[in-house]
Design a binder for this molecule. Sequence first.
Ligand code: CA
Length: 228
Amino acid sequence: MNNGADILIVEDEPKIANLLADYVRAAGHSARVIGDGREVVDDVRRKTPDAILLDLMLPGKDGIEICREIRTFSQVPIIMVTARVEEVDRLLGLELGADDYICKPFSPREVVARLKAVLRRAQPGPAAATEQGPLRVDAERFEATLHGERLDLTAVEFRLLQTLASAPGRVFSRDQLMERIYPDHRVVGDRTVDSHVKNLRRKLAALDPELDLIQSVYGVGYRFELPE
Ligand code: CA
């Protein structure tokens, strides 16, 4: 799952940027390059890369400021790239929230290895908890709460909620939901999914009748949607 990640390279020196992009692509990822520090934060907001290689010295806005701004809204892995080893100590002291540091000149192997490490750490494992507005789904504890109140769900209802809430706005077909809620690929009818959804909705409504988190999409399936 480390392959095919979308890597943003922030580097103003075209030679180094191209070199990094080559390494990243050779490792099976896609690479984009931005050379102007002012464009980075907006790009990260809009395109949500999977990891960022961030040069320290940039025109417009430096890597320190960029890292700080990104950390106000995103936990995307950031690897800071600096020209001087001594600089790393200072950067560590600033507690920027960067995940790792690479010094120039770097070897392709080093860049790829560091990238692989941060991507692996960032993998949302099955233990991750999802928070969507008033809803919290904690897979590790197998527990879901709405407005802090515990929902009393069956295992199937829990997986159903977890699946839908993992991708707000995405419409899941009944087949897709069945695949996810029955890991043993048990064969059940479409109506089974509908009745689980019905029960899940009833339990959600018991805690908040106004909230309509799970919507049916006629002829297709269901989607999770937070109110505006
Ligand atoms: Ca630079």
